[in-house]
Design a protein around this ligand. Structure first.
Ligand code: LLP
Length: 427
């Protein structure tokens, strides 16, 4: 992640604003998001493929109406995976034909809404869903564009990819064993569905591009099989999201253009070799766009040194605003951002205020020994899957997202209030 800029008081600045002023104005904890960085990452993805691919931002990483507006302006499309995300996308004016709808268990209501809104593509995930969707589309008198989600036998996680143990999961239809080919047959036989492509998503927080290359190779293999069997050449391939970002200095992610180059090359080469027209490629990055653009700003409440062990630094948030450490053993860094300090580094663990000992934000960190209540800490790279996975555990109020640009800060998702919580209680 980027280095922190500091002003003459030693306080960190973002978009020209002092984090102490941000904490004062918006309170803590808060997610502080750099709008220029978000837009620059959208453009980097767009340009990586020379405009020759469609980039669908994965809304699950973080979605709000303002984010949809940015995506629209930057020429990106949007991948949604629930009725809630669809509603946000449409409410913010994303044209329906630029929306893709995903999910292994879309409800009838979600299918109805997606079809009647006219979403550009629905990614079907099971034999049952093919029947359900064909039915919905027929009732609406439309021919719905669909892709089929296939599992290619590559399961990629972080640094390694494992070519086994992939079929034992809930998503998609397996290439091996012929499930995917059977799904193709069924979709092609349904008048209310138009099969436009094949979709593959191999995992998340991936650094090694070879997993994507194997996936591309196998998807092209299926396209060839479809051509041979049905005489049909599908015009689209989607290779999903999953490109990793740097959470700590040990992480070394690829750039969008590197992955774009690898994917475009392999698809072009293999399609040409097979005598297939080169299909339009699309990708669905979520984390790689929004992850690095935000940090969480916390205030230190309690500092508790444990002799011979470490110092527990409690902040005013925790697993309710960042579940990733508890859930995935995710690693983060942390910095004192409200002032400079020359004090010795002390081995610390940054923990939240929730009622369980697993409520850890940063497991191992060195923070200055003079750390005190009232100091502000920043945890970088929390733009993806932190606000979107936030909870109200212990009736915590989910923090706001504050977007900063050109020295101006504005709330794009407001902080929850206790009235918000009470409003859901009945009786
Ligand atoms: N496309 C599909 C079909 C997906 O399932 C996902 C993520 C993406 C795209 C976007 O992947 P990304 O580029 O953001 O890696 N909660 C986890 C991540 C779960 C990802 C689920 N699917 C985390 O916090 O690490």
């Amino acid at each position: 992640s980027r280095t922190v800029d500091r002003n003459e008081h030693g306080a960190a600045t973002v978009g020209g604003l002092d984090v102490r002023a941000l904490a004062e104005e918006f309170g803590t904890p808060a997610y502080i998001l750099d709008e220029d960085d978000f837009r620059a990452r959208c453009r980097a993805w767009h340009e990586a493929f020379g405009g020759e691919a469609d980039v669908f931002y994965a809304g699950k990483a973080f979605l709000s109406r303002v984010v949809v507006a940015w995506l629209k302006e930057e020429g990106l499309n949007l991948d949604v995976c629930s009725g809630g995300e669809l509603t946000t996308a449409l409410a913010a004016g994303m044209p329906a034909d630029r929306i893709a709808f995903h999910g292994n268990n879309k409800t009838m209501d979600e299918l109805e809404r997606a079809v009647s809104a006219g979403v550009g593509r629905i990614v079907v995930d099971s034999f049952q869903e093919i029947v359900r969707l064909a039915d919905v589309a027929a009732r609406h008198g439309v021919r719905q564009r669909v892709q089929i989600r296939v599992t290619v036998g590559v399961e990629a996680h972080t640094h390694e990819f494992i070519a086994t143990a992939h079929e034992d999961q809930k998503f998609g239809l397996a290439l091996s064993g012929g499930q995917a080919a059977e799904a193709v047959r069924r979709v092609l036989n349904l008048d209310s569905l138009e099969l436009v492509g094949i979709h593959s998503h191999i995992g998340s927080q991936i650094f090694d591009t070879s997993g994507f290359e194997v996936a591309a190779h196998r998807v092209v293999g299926l396209l060839r099989q479809i051509r041979d069997e049905h005489g049909v050449e599908l015009p689209e391939i989607d290779l999903g999201g999953g490109l990793g970002i740097a959470y700590t200095s040990g992480d070394d992610p690829s750039e969008p253009h590197e992955i774009a180059k690898a994917l475009a090359e392999i698809v072009t080469r293999e399609c040409t070799a097979a005598g297939l027209a080169v299909p339009r490629l699309s990708v669905e990055p979520g984390r790689a766009i929004v992850g690095p653009t935000a940090f969480t700003l916390y205030e230190v409440g309690t500092v508790k040194p444990l002799e011979g062990l470490r110092t527990y630094v409690s902040v005013d948030g925790g697993m309710s605003d960042n579940i990733r450490t508890a859930l995935y053993d995710a690693e983060y860094t942390v910095a004192l951002v409200s002032r400079a300090s020359d004090a010795e580094p002390m081995l610390s663990r940054v923990v939240g205020k929730h009622c369980e000992s697993g409520d850890i934000v940063v497991k191992d960190a060195f923070l200055p020994a003079d750390l005190a209540p009232g100091d502000l800490l920043a945890v970088p790279a929390t733009g993806a899957y932190c606000r979107s996975m936030a909870s109200n555990y212990n009736h915590a109020l989910r923090p706001p997202v504050v977007a900063v640009r050109d020295g101006v800060a504005r709330v794009i998702v407001r902080r929850e209030t206790e009235e918000d919580l009470l409003r859901l209680d009945v009786g």
